[in-house]
Design a protein around this ligand. Structure first.
Ligand code: ATP
Ligand code: MG
Length: 420
């Protein structure tokens, strides 16, 4: 049997891994710059956490989870998203007792059983942040600011930020009444999923991808026109803060995050270049979630960003990620004595924190130079048997071809000065 990676998964090969390092480093720097700390949670959790934390009416819980029973009979699920585990850890470790707000970020693999296509995988990766402990709309603007600042560090332009408010418990229940009334004559013509939504969470009908449903409810009442005073004020403050931060946005009343504990701000950041899978980042407020998962009544907000979609966006914008540094030094040696000396020299060069390597395949001198070029070496050190007697080696600059003799004593330090 020919072994292949499972459908919907991707290997990151050594030639591409620098791109991931670059994104990870840049995300980390951005989060640090905004005062966020990293949190890491396990790859799997109790299935119940996602049922309660993501919600029984969502696509994720209804059809996308990788769930199994472990050998101890526990129901386990591979993380489909990052928020619920972070909230679980926040409660379990009583981080709510610390000074608030709690500002966290993470990078994590996620698993969802979906139909694979460009920008949609079964094993993918997310960057995310979560803030607990404040309802101040300035923090809503701040987390959007983190995402936008990250994109600008990556030189991605042409992104569209769309914001909306999905209201709070109180104004949503009034709105649901309005919706149900509006939908009562239409619901029969909608798809099965929408019929289910009609019963459980009518606002999610706005999110239906079915063209017929979309057409049928094209003049559906919108939450944004039914916000209570508090939600309306908060939304205005969010817009004001975004303006203060010079972040452009579009109000899109059709962005909905459907669960009862999703409240107020909902947003998406869209890259039009990557086709149908265009949402690079999605986030919003969830003021009821911490309590829903057994913690104190405390507000929260966050976003999740697909790293594979980010890479596609960079590619489609022809943005080159800086290539990693070259190999500093490659040691070319010929003969037993010189080969033995190369082990010592290699050690002293590496001790100076320079990247260095040697031949391990007993190649000819010519083949070693060829290999050094393939490895993109900046310098080669050539160790000849006669020179060892004199205590010197030849250093060749691979770009200019210049050669100089240098002493073996203190060679690490010498090379370091030259490589700087
Ligand atoms: P979509 O509508 O595209 O399915 P979603 O609402 O399911 O997105 P979220 O749960 O908000 O997505 O996840 C946040 C981000 O993670 C998305 O904006 C996207 O960039 C990325 N993402 C989600 N699902 C996948 C996937 N299957 N493969 C790759 N990236 C994904
Ligand atoms: Mg999805």
């Amino acid at each position: 049997m020919k072994m292949k990676a499972p459908r919907g998964t991707k290997d990151v090969l050594p030639k591409d891994v620098y791109k991931w390092h670059y994104l990870e480093d840049t995300f980390r720097e951005t989060c640090k710059n905004f005062g966020y700390n990293e949190i890491r949670t396990p790859i799997f959790e109790h299935t119940e956490l996602f049922k309660r934390g993501v919600g029984e009416t969502t696509d994720i819980v209804q059809k996308e989870m990788y769930s199994f029973e472990d050998n101890g009979g526990r129901d386990i699920t591979l993380k489909p998203e990052g928020t619920a585990p972070v909230v679980r850890a926040f409660i379990e470790h009583k981080l709510y007792a610390d000074a608030q707000p709690t500002k966290l970020y993470y990078a994590t693999p996620c698993f969802r059983y979906e139909r694979p296509q460009a920008g949609r995988l079964r094993a993918f990766h997310q960057f995310g942040i979560e803030v607990f402990g404040t309802t101040n709309p300035q923090i809503d603007a701040e987390i959007i600011g983190v995402a936008m600042d990250f994109f600008s560090r990556l030189h991605i332009k042409n992104l569209e930020l769309r914001i909306n408010s999905v209201g709070c418990k109180k104004c949503r229940s009034d709105y649901n009444e309005v919706l149900k009334k509006y939908l009562s004559t239409k619901v029969e013509k909608l798809c099965n999923t929408c019929n289910d939504r009609y019963e459980r969470n009518p606002m999610r009908i706005i999110d239906c991808k079915n063209e017929k449903c979309k057409e049928e409810v094209s003049d559906i009442p919108l939450m944004i026109d039914h916000l209570c005073e508090e939600c309306s004020n908060d939304f205005n403050q969010l817009k004001e803060s975004l303006n203060l931060m010079d972040i452009g946005f579009i109000v899109d009343p059709k962005i909905v995050r459907g669960l009862d504990y999703y409240t107020k701000t909902a947003f998406e950041i869209i890259s039009n270049e990557i086709g149908s899978q265009s949402t690079v980042c999605g986030g919003g407020r969830y003021d009821g979630l911490i309590e829903q998962l057994g913690g104190p009544s405390m507000p929260g907000i966050g976003f999740g960003m697909g790293i594979e979609r980010l890479l596609l966006t960079l590619e489609n914008n022809n943005i080159e990620i800086p290539k990693p540094d070259k190999l500093d030094v490659f040691i070319v040696s010929l003969g037993e004595k010189s080969n033995r000396e190369s082990v010592k020299i290699l050690k002293s060069i590496r001790e100076e924190n320079l990247s260095a390597d040697k031949d391990y395949l007993e190649r000819s001198m010519k083949a070693q130079f060829k290999y050094a070029n393939k490895r993109n070496a900046r310098f080669c050190i050539v160790i000849g048997e006669n020179e060892i007697e004199k205590g010197v080696v030849t250093l060749k600059n691979m770009e200019t071809g210049d050669q100089t003799e240098i002493s073996i004593d203190n060679i690490g330090q010498e090379i370091k000065n030259i490589c700087k």
